[in-house]
Design a protein around this ligand. Sequence first.
Ligand SMILES: [Zn+2]
Length: 101
Amino acid sequence: MDGLVCDRCGAALLVGESVRYEARIEVYAAYDPAEIVPADLEGDLRGQMRELIATLRGVDPQELEDSVYKAFRFDLCMACQREYLRDPLSRVARPEGAGPD
Ligand SMILES: [Zn+2]
C-alpha cells in the first residue's frame, strides 16, 4: 500500500479510486471586535494581569492552545466525502420539536 488511506474508513486511496478529497477543519475562538471604553483602562490592570497569569500557570499549554485554535486535515475517499457532506457535524437525530440543550 502506498500509505495514503481514507482517514474515516481506512480504504486505500489512489489505488482504484479516481478521486480523493481533503477535508480541512479549523476551530477557533470567535470574538467580537474589541471595544475599549475609558472604564476598561481604570482600576488595577497590573493586578488583573497577575491574576490572569496565575490562573493560566496551572493550565496545560496544549489544552490552552486547543481552546483558542485547532486545525485538522483529513483525506477522504469518495464515499466518505459524500457521507461527510450530508452531516458534517455528526449530529444525533433529535425528536421533533426538540430545541437546543
Ligand atoms: Zn472512506
